[in-house]
Every structure is written in C-alpha cells, then in structure tokens.
Design a protein around this ligand. Structure first.
Ligand code: NAD
Length: 499
C-alpha cells in the first residue's frame, strides 16, 4: 500500500489535511494505495512555491529553459516503461496503450523544446519617422493544470511542457483516481534540472480545484475532464479574472458511407471504440452507417472481431482491452447498457456477460458491447458512456448522417469513412466538430498542431498545445520606441498620429 502525497518545491510532501481517498487497482479491484486530498493551505503552499520561482524562471533565457526540457525528455524516453507500468496499475489500460500515451506526451515536450523559436516576436522598423515597434509574448505567472483520470501522463503533458517553456510556473492537480504518474513526472523534471517551485503537484478533489480557481496568484487554468466540471471551472475561473481553457466530454461519431472499405472501417472501429476500454475522449462511441445494407455489413464485420477481442488485466501481454477504472464507473456503464436495451436498442454483443479470468474476479471488467438500432432520442446516444460500448445509429442517407452528428451537444472529434474525396471534403467543411478524421478514426492532432473540440467539448478560446498552447500561456506586449537624436518631436496635444 502506497501513500501518495504532493510534490512542492522539488520534494515529496505528505498530505496533512486528514482527508484521503483510496486508489484501487482496476485489474483486481483491490486497494493499492491512499492518495492525500489537499486542504486550502496545502494548495496555497504549492501556489506560493510556484509564485516564488516565477521571477527567476521567467527571466531565464528560453534556450536554457528548453535545455532543461530536453534533459527531461531524455529521462522520460529512457524510463517510459516505468511510467507506463504505473499508469496501467491505476488506470487498467494495457502496457502498449500506456506507452502510446507517454509517447504522445513526449511529443509535446519535443514541441516545447522549440520555445526559443515559438517565442520570437515581431518587429516593424519605422512605424513612424524614427519610430520602431515590436511585439513580444511574455509568460502569465503561476498557471494551474487540472486533469482527468484517463490520461494520467499525456494530458498533464499537453499542458506543462508548453507552459514551462514559455516561462510560467505550474501547479498540477491530477485526478485522485490516477495520481501517481504526476509524481514521477515531477521527480524527473527536478532531476533534469528544473529549479525548485517551477513545477508542483497537489493531490486532491473538488476542494483543491475550487481553491485554485479562487487563488489570486493563479493567472490561468487549463482543465480537461467531464463537461459539467469543465463548465464550472470555466465560469468560476473567468469570473475570478483568470484565463481558462476547459476541455470537456465527448460523443464521437464515425459516419460510414456505402463506398467505404469495410475491412478498414471494422479494424479502425474496434480500436477506436474498445481501445482503453472506451475511456478516451477521442473514442468512437457512435457508428453511423449510411443505408441499411452498409449497416448490416458493418455489424457482420464487427461481430467476429468482438468475439475474438481479448479482455483481461494489463499484466497479461495478450490483453487487448483492460478493465474500466473503478467499480462505481463499471456499475454506471452496466446501467447505461441496460437502459439502452430498455429504450429499444438491440444488444448485438453484451459485455455484461464477460467472465473475468481466474484470480481477477474482483476486477472492473466488462466486455465489448455493441448496440444496434440506437436513435438520438435514447439516453445511450445522448450521454457520454466512457466505456467499451459502441452504438449504431442507422442513417437513411449522407445528409441524415450529418444531421445526427450535428444534433449532439458535444463536438470533440468525428470521422468519416469513404472513398469519395468530394463527399469527405464537404463533410469536413460543414461539420461543427473541432477535430475531423477522414478514414482516420481517432484524429488526435500531433503536438505541433493544437487539440480541442467545439460546442460543449471546450469552454474558452484556445485549444491545447501547438501554436494555440503558446498563445494561451503567454500575453502580448507591444512596444513603440523612439530615441533621442532622431527627428525632433514637438509637443502633441491631439491624438498622436505617426507618419
Ligand atoms: P472529471 O470531470 O470527473 O474530473 C476531472 C478533474 O476535475 C479531476 O482532477 C477531478 O478531481 C476534478 N473534479 C471532479 N469533480 C469536480 C468538481 N465537482 N469540482 C471541481 N473539480 C472536480 O473527469 P474524469 O472522470 O476524471 O475524466 C473523464 C472525463 O474527461 C470524460 O468526460 C472525458 O471525455 C473527459 N476528457 C476530455 C478530454 C478532452 O480532450 N476533451 C480528454 C480526456 C478526458
């Protein structure tokens, strides 16, 4: 049993609020540790450490900050396996999947190492006679990251590499269900040479989040999690004068036109719907085949693949899909599947029948589930299930399919499968969704682009990482200068006009 505490000023700090939560191993259902839940004064201690470190860190040349991140990247690359094992032990995802998330995070570190280039400003000579103007971007101060359980390493790494590279200091509040990865990242940053206080971790729940949202020294908040909490973080943070980007939930559709390559579609949907037990904000949870014949071919292609899917603990290298994160989440997913059947959906594959392997009877397992005949009136379509459940909504034609996608409150990701370039192009142009895949099921932008959804999937103006990340974590300053010795300036009492 491990005691999981905070990381403040480059040292592990035990919790002292008297509040804690159990951390369980999803593969067995057994408690593996206890995570401290910070009280206000512990959050304040982390913010104070970050505030004290800001002056020196923000004045360090970007090239030197980048070199520290480069050293961190080398440590992370060498120890990816260790981090992946910690992720799997608290989240339940397979080792390969955990390695994949670390790689996607590492790519953001690689992007952030380009800070000297990203922070280059603009200069205009002679905006007026003898007058020059330059614009530069400066860091904000202490910024906070609040992250979900499903990507304990990647989502924090969407945030802090860019924030630190830009000269900010950081307080991370990870999910209390998967808290340990953040501490490894913090230790490795310190080992790479990051000065004390530049990166801190406070473990906690809503109380810690609410303190970060109220703290006057926190200048910006990056949030990723469910939509109700994202909305709360955005409304409260902005009311308190902070810059906020809050990414929320998702219900990602895959539209399948009749000319699609069905082998390609079935393979892609298996990974996108059931990979990571469906606990990805970019998971495909709704398939929208166009035409009855396409729908029947899709179901026929999926069923044998679902039957062959290997479900089990991450410790078994043959496992393709692990358990869901907690017993409570398992019960919620099971209840939603039952609700779908009550509402009239056809249970083509019912993962509730799954029998866990011997020795893992207490784990949070549910097999891959396929519901056909789902309609936009049903709760299984409206709600984000966040489990291995794929709903099939049959569309009469391409326009109907687009209408189904448009009706949903979320707009995180969407995919279209077709051989028709013009149809795909029009779909991508019209759809109100932030990330679009064309024959690509999980269109997660690379680190040097930016990640974010539309509608109820994102509150705020900036997506994460890439150029949008640099803009979010910096503010613009424009300096206009004139030097003695140039053309003499007479006193001006009207609005100054250069020329
Ligand atoms: P969650 O909203 O329950 O928790 C996210 C964070 O908010 C955690 O750190 C948690 O401690 C904190 N929190 C929870 N309740 C709170 C409250 N009432 N007040 C203040 N803070 C609170 O989300 P989760 O279950 O950890 O993660 C799954 C959700 O995250 C899904 O909805 C998923 O779609 C979403 N997600 C979105 C993206 C994206 O990029 N849009 C990426 C990953 C996950």
């Amino acid at each position: 049993m491990s005691d999981i505490g905070h990381f403040i000023g480059n040292a592990r700090v035990p919790g002292r609020s008297g509040r804690s939560a159990p951390v369980t191993d999803p593969a067995t259902g057994e408690q593996a540790g206890t995570v401290a839940l910070a009280a206000e004064d512990e959050v304040d201690a982390a913010v104070a450490a970050a505030a004290a470190a800001f002056r020196d860190w923000s004045r360090m040349p970007p090239l030197r900050r980048a070199r520290i991140l480069d050293a961190f990247k080398a440590i992370l690359s060498a120890r990816m396996g260790d981090l992946a094992r910690v992720i799997s032990s608290e989240h339940g995802k397979t080792h390969e999947d955990a390695l994949g998330e670390v790689t996607r995070g590492l790519e953001v570190v690689e992007f952030a190492i380009g800070a000297p280039s990203h922070l280059k400003g603009e200069f205009t000579e002679n905006v007026g006679t003898g007058v020059d103007s330059h614009a530069l971007r400066q860091p904000l101060g202490v910024v906070a990251g609040i992250t979900p359980f499903n990507f304990p390493a990647m989502v924090p790494m969407w945030m802090f590499p860019v924030a630190l590279a830009c000269g900010n200091t950081f307080v991370l509040k990870p999910s209390e269900r998967t808290p340990s990865a953040a501490l490894l990242l913090a230790e490795w940053l310190a080992e790479a040479g990051l000065p004390a206080g530049v990166f801190n971790v406070v473990q906690g729940d809503a109380a810690a989040v609410d303190r970060l949202l109220a703290h006057p020294d926190v200048k910006a908040v990056s949030f990723v999690g469910s939509t109700p909490v994202a909305r709360h973080v955005y409304v409260t943070g902005t009311a308190n004068g902070k810059r906020v980007q809050a990414l929320g939930g998702a219900k990602n559709h895959a539209v399948i036109l009749p000319d699609a390559d069905m082998e390609m579609v079935a393979g892609a949907l298996m990974g996108a719907a059931y990979g990571s037990a469906g606990e990805r904000c970019m998971a495909i949870s709704v398939a929208v085949p166009v035409g009855e014949e396409t729908a029947d071919r899709l179901i026929a292609a999926l069923v044998p693949r679902i039957e062959a899917l290997r479900v089990g603990p991450a410790s078994d290298p043959a496992t393709e899909m692990g358990p869901v994160v907690t017993r409570a989440h398992l019960e919620r997913v099971r209840a939603l599947v039952a609700r779908g059947a009550e509402e009239g959906a056809r249970l083509v594959a019912d993962g509730r029948d799954f029998t866990p392997p011997q020795g893992f009877e207490g784990g949070n397992y549910i097999g891959a589930t396929l519901l056909d005949g789902v309609t936009p009136e049903m709760d299984v379509w409206k709600q984000e299930i966040f489990g291995p459940v794929l709903s099939v909504v049959r569309a009469a034609d391409a326009r109907h399919a687009a209408e189904i996608v448009a009706r949903h409150e979320y707009g995180n990701g969407v995919a279209i499968f077709t051989r028709d370039g013009q149809a795909a192009r029009l779909f991508a142009q019209e759809v109100e969704v932030g990330m679009v895949g064309i024959n690509v099921p999980i269109p997660v932008p690379m680190a040097f682009h930016s990640f974010g959804g539309w509608k109820a999937s994102l509150f705020g103006d900036h997506h994460m990482h890439g150029p949008e990340g640099v803009r979010f974590y910096t503010r613009l300053k424009t300096i206009t200068s004139r030097w003695p010795g140039g053309p003499a300036a007479a006193a001006e009492f009207g609005m100054p006009v250069l020329g």
